[in-house]
Design a protein. Structure first.
Length: 242
C-alpha cells in the first residue's frame, strides 16, 4: 500500500544523518517486514525508510482522530528523550509524561494525577514497558517508535526507527509532529529542517556549557577587534596614498 503523501527529500536526509534508519544486529520476526537489508561490515539491520514514513502517516492519522490532544499521553523513560517529548507536546498539545512511569498511573484512581489517556505514544516499548502494559489494561491504543529487536506486542502502531540514540529519537518526534500538523492543515513540509529539528535534540549539560563558553569567548574576541579598530581608525587619505 503506497502512501499518497510523499516523503520530502529533506526528511529522508534527516533520517539518514541522524541514523534513524539503523536498527540493531538482531531482529524480531514481527519486525522483519520493515527491514530493507543488512550491512555486511557490522551486521546492522537497515530499516526501510518508506515503511517508516507510511507508519508515521498512519500514526499521525490516529493522533488527529482524537478530538482533544491533551487526552494523548506521550511518554519517555529515557533521559535523552525528555527534550524531544516536551517539544513534541508543545507543538501538538499532547500531555508529556517524563521519567519513570508510576505503576497504576492509568488504572489506579487513588494515585494523585492519574490520567485517563485516549492514546499513548512511547519512545521505546522496552524502556517504557510499564506504560505500554498499563495502556493495554485499559484498552488504550499505543503508538511506539520500535527498533528492529523490539517486541511489537501490545503496540497498535509501530513506527520502525532507531530508538536508541538522542539524534534518532529527536528526529522521530520532529517528523511525527510535522506530519500531524500537515494532516491537520496547520503546517507544510516546506520548512528549514536543519534549524527546526535542533530543538528536538538532547544536549548534554557539559556540552552546552562548552558551547556557551565558546560563544562567550568569540563575542569577547569580536568586541576586542572592534575596540582596536575604533582606537586606531584608518584615514581615507592613507588609502589614497597607497
Amino acid at each position: 500500500m503506497r502512501s499518497e503523501i510523499q516523503i520530502p527529500e529533506d526528511f529522508v536526509k534527516a533520517i539518514i544523518l541522524s541514523s534513524a534508519h539503523l536498527g540493531s544486529t538482531t531482529s524480531t520476526t514481527s519486525f522483519k517486514q520493515y527491514i530493507y537489508g543488512r550491512r555486511k561490515d557490522d551486521l546492522i539491520h537497515v530499516i526501510n525508510i518508506n515503511e517508516t514514513w507510511k507508519k508515521l502517516i498512519m500514526a499521525a492519522r490516529l493522533f488527529v482522530s482524537i478530538e482533544d490532544p491533551s487526552d494523548i499521553v506521550v511518554a519517555s523513560n529515557k533521559k535523552f528523550g525528555k527534550r524531544a517529548v516536551l517539544k513534541f507536546c508543545g507543538e501538538t498539545g499532547a500531555t508529556p509524561l517524563i521519567g519513570r512511569f508510576t505503576p497504576g498511573g492509568f488504572t489506579n484512581q487513588v494515585i494523585k494525577g492519574v490520567k485517563e489517556a485516549r492514546l499513548v505514544v512511547v519512545s521505546d516499548p522496552y524502556a517504557d514497558k510499564q506504560t505500554v502494559v498499563e495502556a493495554s489494561y485499559v484498552n488504550t491504543p499505543c503508538i511506539a517508535f520500535c527498533n528492529s529487536d523490539n517486541s511489537l506486542s501490545m503496540v497498535d502502531v509501530a513506527i520502525p526507527m532507531n530508538n536508541r540514540s538522542p539524534l534518532s529519537i529527536g528526529c522521530g518526534f520532529y517528523l511525527f509532529a510535522k506530519v500531524i500538523k500537515y494532516i491537520k492543515g496547520e503546517g507544510s513540509f516546506d520548512v528549514d529542517v536543519r534549524s527546526e529539528i535542533e530543538f528536538y535534540f538532547y544536549r548534554d549539560p557539559v556540552e552546552l556549557d562548552l558551547i556557551a563558553q565558546e560563544q562567550k569567548e568569540k563575542k569577547e574576541a569580536d568586541f576586542q577587534v572592534k575596540e582596536a579598530a575604533s582606537e586606531n581608525p584608518v584615514e581615507t587619505s592613507q588609502w589614497a596614498d597607497s
